[in-house]
Design a protein around this ligand. Structure first.
Ligand code: ACO
Length: 428
């Protein structure tokens, strides 16, 4: 095995070098503290590998994203979200009969316990959809106590994975219905996964809702593109929470909370709000580019930049094309799409963005599609969570199967050293 040498004072230590299947190199420091008394410091984990994984490969320099070895471009073009979910969770593309069985098991569980409806009643109609989703997901664990057993057999874990895939679309659609004060629509299991979701979202008891095939196709694509992205903030959260042997519902709910932030999944909502703001302000692109570059101005170009992708985000490329296709097919002209394209063009020729290698990320164009489909802006991040669910489940399962230890980083303490307690009477 390849070794790296670490010199600390007069002593030299050998560190194993781990090489991934795509040639990525890592220094194995898992015994560093025991051997040397030192820890490593990497705030924000910019250089820290938290696990070895077989699920998703990203090459940020080349703009490559693959699930279980399959290029995202091929999956987005040819597969369905459930096929991709199967691939992520079980490791291989399903055969036709495996997929039918998987879809059948999901269809059996699309209903949610009637008592859950009462939870929805308790939220104000102005509640943010991410807050409702996280709360209700965590609450689901109380309806499935078998999920609380940290040593549950594989079939119990699998059943709860299927439950989550089945129930999340129903929950999201019901969040929308609650928001609008409309009657909740029950699943129609003769429909495909995405069609059923659209039926529960936009259908009404008073008429049959037939989704436009372009919308079904665009939504499938978006869900696939969001399905996994290795050890990002929310996925790491899911694995971290799961590493304490917390149940799968609590772990996924924690992932929803992590995704909510505007620097992560919350960016898709922020992008549309930013584009609308620029439009309302007269569409002066250069003014907003200048604000984004100004270090004294907190404004950032939302949907730009990525911790990993430094040349382009392959998902953004596919989504930009899909946005054009779906808007054309639906005959929608969204002026915000024109602003987005202009903003991208100006930013990509500006030295500030070129030097920092800032490109549109997955969130830059996704909101334009969501909006064309009829999804309200404050539900964009919930749609991201919908897609990311498959990845969270796959990553949680991988972590559990590998028997990974509880996540417990160290720190460098820089607070006060020992001092004597002063009773309050003497503190003045
Ligand atoms: N607009 C203007 N400047 C930016 C932007 C931006 N969107 N993103 C990064 N920069 C600048 C930073 O100010 C910094 O400049 P400096 O070197 O002069 O100080 C430099 O580029 C590096 O940025 P960091 O914040 O250090 O990069 P990091 O990897 O920590 O952050 C992040 C990545 C959070 C995505 C960042 O680019 C950002 O805030 N983007 C906007 C929010 C966004 O779109 N988030 C979604 C990400 S994708 C996802 O989670 C699904």
């Amino acid at each position: 095995m390849e070794k790296a040498l670490l010199h600390l004072g007069d002593t030299t230590y050998e560190l194993d070098i781990i090489t991934g299947s795509e040639g990525e190199k890592a220094l194995d420091i898992s015994k560093l503290r025991d051997k040397t008394g030192y820890i490593t410091l990497d705030i924000g984990y910019k250089n820290t590998g938290s696990t070895v994984s077989r699920i998703t490969f990203i090459d940020g320099e080349q703009g490559i994203l693959r699930y279980r070895g399959y290029p995202i471009e091929q999956l987005a073009e040819f597969s369905t979200y459930l096929e991709v979910a199967y691939l992520l969770i079980y490791g291989e593309l399903p055969t036709r009969s495996q997929l039918e069985n998987f879809e059948g098991r999901i269809k059996e569980r699309t209903l949610i316990h009637e008592d859950i409806k009462k939870f929805f009643d308790g939220f104000p109609s102005s509640a943010h959809p991410m807050g409702i989703l996280a709360s209700v997901l965590c609450s689901l664990s109380s309806f499935y106590p078998e999920s609380l057993d940290p040593y549950a057999p594989d079939e119990v874990i699998d059943r709860n994975i299927i439950r989550l895939l089945a129930k999340v679309p129903t929950l999201i659609a019901w969040i929308y219905k609650k928001r609008n004060g409309h009657p909740y629509m029950y699943p129609r299991n003769e429909r495909s996964y995405v069609e059923n979701f659209l039926h529960m979202m936009f259908g009404m008891p008073t008429y049959d809702y037939e989704p436009d095939p372009h919308v079904v196709d665009a939504l499938n694509k978006l869900l696939i593109l969001h399905a996994d992205h290795e050890q990002n903030c929310s996925t790491s959260t899911v694995r971290t929470v799961g590493s304490s042997l917390a149940n799968i519902y609590a772990s996924v709910a924690a992932g929803v909370c992590a995704l909510w932030g505007p620097l992560h999944g919350g960016a898709n909502q922020e992008v549309i709000e930013m584009l609308e703001m620029i439009r309302a302000d007269g569409g002066n692109i250069q003014k907003w580019i200048d604000k984004a570059k100004d270090k004294n101005d907190p404004f950032r170009l939302m949907g730009f930049g990525h911790r990993v992708y430094k040349n382009f985000d392959p998902r953004a490329k596919i989504i930009k094309q899909a946005a054009d296709q779906v808007l054309n097919a639906l005959g929608i002209h969204d002026p915000v799409l024109d602003i987005a394209k202009k903003l991208e063009e100006v930013a990509l020729s500006d030295p500030y963005f070129i030097e920092r290698r800032l490109y549109p990320n997955v969130d830059f164009y996704s909101g334009i599609i969501y909006r064309a489909i009829g999804i309200p802006v404050d539900m964009f991040t919930v749609m991201f969570a919908f897609g990311r669910l498959a990845g969270w489940l796959a990553q949680w399962l991988e972590m559990r199967k590998a028997g990974e230890p509880i996540v417990r980083p160290r720190q460098v303490y820089v607070g006060p050293t020992l001092r004597e307690y002063v009773p309050i009477a003497k503190r003045g």
